[in-house]
Design a protein around this ligand. Structure first.
Ligand code: DC
Length: 219
């Protein structure tokens, strides 16, 4: 089977990265987490500036080097050679990253890098604008979503499993807020590409979603 390029977009918490990693493992593909790249830029902005302004974001993005490695199912993220794999998941980074992702200069720079990474094929790339903007010629395009209630329930379960207290209503509110920011920004907003297949995973198991995508890759 020739190596394909798979684009998978959707809102936060829809299960894109879990599903993408499983599909990548089954097909022997590389998984590229583009959200991690925006988070990497946000990390460096926070390290070097008190204020997250467009001006500061652009000055950081001008000479930042973002690298992703993917080995044995694990993504590692590097900024200027320093590993930031754990740091990019910190709440403060999650809070400021939508501001970073709105800046045109950052999007152009990361889009170019993402296209280079996908150029050899055999990749599954997830994000918000992959099918619409980064890889409009991808072989397989998926828009993976789930209801806000289901995404909040999954997030609560994840946090509970890690021993954290959870509040369903505030988690649902945070998810709705992130959806709004991603969908309403001017540049490359989150939207389903006309030719993408919609998968609503609200009533599906992860395995069912993975099966469906694998079938699309072999059809
Ligand atoms: O998927 P995530 O939560 O790690 O994404 C982090 C942020 O980056 C989020 O605000 C959406 C944004 N993002 C984007 O604008 N374009 C992408 N291709 C991937 C993520």
């Amino acid at each position: 089977m020739n190596k394909k390029v798979i684009a998978i977009d959707g809102p936060a918490g829809a299960g894109k990265s879990t599903v993408s990693k499983m599909v990548a493992a089954k097909l022997g593909y590389v998984y590229i987490d583009t959200g991690a790249m925006y988070r990497a830029v946000a990390c460096k902005v926070l390290r070097e500036h008190k204020n997250v302004t467009d001006e500061n974001i652009i000055s950081i993005a001008k000479d930042i080097e973002v690298d992703l490695t993917y080995e044995d199912g694990l993504t590692k993220v590097f900024v200027d050679g320093d590993e930031v794999t754990n740091e990019i998941r910190m709440p403060l980074v999650s809070h400021v990253v939508p501001k970073v992702a709105k800046v045109g200069f950052v999007r152009e720079k990361l889009t170019e890098l993402q296209r280079k990474m996908a150029s050899r094929g055999g990749v599954i790339m997830d994000g918000r604008d992959i099918a619409t903007h980064v890889l409009p010629n991808a072989d397989v395009k998926i828009y993976l979503t789930a209801s806000i209630e289901e995404r909040a329930r999954r997030r609560c379960d994840e946090l509970k499993a890690k021993g954290y207290e959870t509040d369903f209503d505030s988690i649902a509110k945070e998810i709705a807020f992130r959806d709004k920011q991603d969908m309403e920004r001017d540049l490359a907003p989150l939207i389903k590409a006309d030719d993408a297949t919609l998968i609503d995973s609200s009533d599906m198991t992860i395995d069912e979603v993975v099966e469906k995508i694998l079938k699309m890759c072999t059809d």
